[in-house]
Design a protein around this ligand. Structure first.
Ligand SMILES: [Zn+2]
Length: 119
């Protein structure tokens, strides 16, 4: 994948991430408005920020956040856009439609086919 596209996806992912985290912060301030000020213990606990935040996230946001982190990790180690199953290029077109895709279309169809046998 070329650098321009990589920058595009990275910016997109970071943007998605911050919108989920902002949502969670709003939720958190609503929740904590009636409680006592933050204790030292809570301060310490907040060091593991992402874990703390994820507790307050809805299931859907949490799983999306995980996909974003996974994709961002792939961008930094250079494997973003590569199929996890067969190492083929997933393709920019497919990634623009599904930025969190980790499988190429062939592998995804194969996997879905396998799953449908189980159902
Ligand atoms: Zn594949």
């Amino acid at each position: 994948m070329n650098a321009t596209n990589l920058r595009f996806f990275k910016a997109f992912l970071l943007n998605e991430k911050s919108s989920i985290l902002n949502k969670s912060n709003e939720f958190r301030s609503e929740q904590s408005s009636e409680k006592t000020p933050i204790s030292d213990e809570a301060e310490l606990a907040s060091k593991d920020l992402s874990m703390n935040l994820s507790i307050h996230l809805h299931e859907r946001d949490r799983s999306q956040l995980m996909m974003i982190e996974r994709a961002l990790g792939k961008i930094s180690d250079g494997s973003y856009g590569q199929c996890e199953s067969c190492d083929a290029e997933i393709g920019d077109k497919r990634l623009k439609a599904r930025p969190f895709a980790v499988l190429c279309i062939d592998c995804m169809e194969e996997q879905e086919g396998r799953n449908s046998y189980l159902n």
